[in-house]
Design a protein around this ligand. Sequence first.
Ligand code: FES
Length: 145
Amino acid sequence: MYSEKVMEHFKCPQNVGSMQEADGVGTVGEPNCGDSLTIYLKIQDGKIKDISFLVFGCTASIATSSMITVLAKGKSLEEAITITEQEVIDCLDGLPEKKQHCSNLGVSALRKAIYNYFEKQGICNSQMGNEFSSKSYFTVKTTRV
Ligand code: FES
């Protein structure tokens, strides 16, 4: 059973839509179920000025995608990169055990979009600083099953 918070974000997801001329774009797919998510970023002064997403997926993937955009909006890139799957789940007042992997999509897509922003800026790994390059944040893979 989903929490009220999950249902709230499922029925009325925040920050939905594609973005023209995004500064960073990250797309990830969940191979086990075929769901996919794209996150778009606008960056200003090192902060996420705007964020939006398009998702093809289950109830939990829609709710977690919506929640990660809410959590990331306005944060610095250093802060946004540290958002975890567990934080997303906690902010949604939990997810059923078998749906917890759905939170991977949002975290992975956000990190990939931030990485894409750095790539577009011509900033390579060694120039990103310890916050980004030393913690393997950009490994886009399933971390929760
Ligand atoms: S079942 Fe695939 S992301 Fe939720």
